[in-house]
Design a binder for this molecule. Structure first.
Ligand SMILES: Cc1cc2nc3c(=O)[nH]c(=O)nc-3n(C[C@H](O)[C@H](O)[C@H](O)COP(=O)(O)OP(=O)(O)OC[C@H]3O[C@@H](n4cnc5c(N)ncnc54)[C@H](O)[C@@H]3O)c2cc1C
Length: 323
């Protein structure tokens, strides 16, 4: 029967690649019509913009090696090591850190690269645990709970209850329930022209609406007059039921922050209910019950690198077990 991976985000695809490499039959399902999960993009005013991860960094040796292959293939490119920080009441300042990588065609291209040659079915929502030699749920815990405990309503951010599933799945249920998630609204703002000095991207501290703002034209390299603003979790939580209504407030906040002369001519809001997991109490890379694994970026700092490492480790463990 082989292994079924549910979720074609970076974790699921890294897992499937590892299994495939080890000669284990693997099939990936995703409910969306495209791969990539939170490496998402949205089309606004006829142009595609990144609305998921803003960029990625790499410091794990194995992931650094993976990034090298993406760079060599032109899938990814180094973007910048310097971003701005806006603190309330103070002037913005530049801070230099690790190299941030991005993708000219959008970060989803990383997932498309991993998916090449794999058996992937898209547009297929999995509603209960499939029958297979093993199943990997490569997704946020609350989404996994819908498959693990289909009769119970999935909690919005985890309840903290202890799982009591049967057939060895209880460990996985418990891990999924312990995860805490917060939301983000990603808002694509298209302007008549580029009226801002090149700032690449900015962290926004202690702001009632904004958390980060990215120059998507700079990030994608086409210099389109497009910004993508990410809201903070509190603002997103209030607007999750009617995200489009939040667009004008985010547009105004971004314009004020950057001192832009004109409003955006197109505003597109993309809600992420499960955008960012909270910190984990332990250092496990994934959890594996009796034939069911849970993987994803909740197993570490919520980063692209973490998702890849988690999926890859789950795939390697299953390959060893099944082999
Ligand atoms: C707004 C935002 C900003 C971010 N910024 C950064 C950043 O700057 N740097 C960084 O490194 N990371 C960032 N991240 C985090 C990064 O995007 C994630 O760590 C990574 O993409 C998670 O990958 P994953 O495979 O674990 O999960 P996901 O990408 O969420 O994949 C889960 C997949 O499972 C599928 N799925 C769920 N339920 C089902 C079902 N029942 N049936 C079928 N399919 C299902 C989903 O459709 C999805 O494709 C950001 C994320 C968001 C949302």
């Amino acid at each position: 029967m082989g292994v079924i991976v549910v979720g074609a985000g970076l974790a699921g695809l890294a897992c499937a690649r590892e299994l495939d490499r080890a000669g284990v039959a693997v099939h990936v399902f995703d409910r969306e019509p495209v791969v990539g999960g939170r490496l998402g993009s949205a089309v606004s005013a006829g142009r595609s913009a990144d609305v998921g991860a803003g960029y990625f960094t790499a410091n794990d040796p194995a992931f650094v090696e993976q990034v090298r292959t993406w760079l060599a293939a032109g899938v990814a490119r180094p973007w910048t090591d310097t971003l701005m920080t806006y603190d309330r009441g103070g002037p913005p300042h530049a801070s230099t850190g690790p190299v941030r990588f991005t993708a000219p065609g959008g970060l989803r291209a990383l997932a498309e690269d991993l998916a090449a040659g794999l058996d992937v079915t898209l547009g297929c929502e999995v509603t209960e645990l499939p029958r297979a030699d093993a199943v990997v749920l490569a997704m946020p815990g609350p989404q996994a709970l819908r498959l693990l405990t289909p009769d119970a309503a999935a909690p919005a951010g985890g309840t903290g209850d202890t799982g009591t599933g049967t057939d060895g799945v209880g460990l996985v249920v418990e891990a999924a329930r312990l995860q805490r998630w917060s939301a983000v609204l990603a808002v694509v703002l298209t302007y008549p022209e580029r009226s801002w000095p090149c700032f690449r991207g900015a962290f926004v501290n202690n702001h009632p609406v904004l958390d980060r703002v990215f120059d998507d034209g700079d990030r994608r390299g086409d210099h389109a007059p497009v910004l993508v603003a990410h809201t903070n979790a509190e603002f997103a939580a209030v607007h999750l039921d009617r995200p489009a209504d939040a667009g004008p407030e985010v547009e105004r906040a971004t314009r004020e922050l950057l001192g832009l002369p004109t409003p955006a001519t197109a505003v597109h809001v993309h809600p992420w209910r499960y955008a960012q997991p909270g910190a984990r109490p332990d250092s496990a890379e994934f959890v594996l019950g009796d034939g069911v694994a849970l993987a994803g970026d909740a197993f570490g700092r919520p980063r692209v690198q973490t998702a890849w490492l988690s999926g890859r480790a789950a795939g390697a463990a299953l390959a060893a077990r099944l082999g």
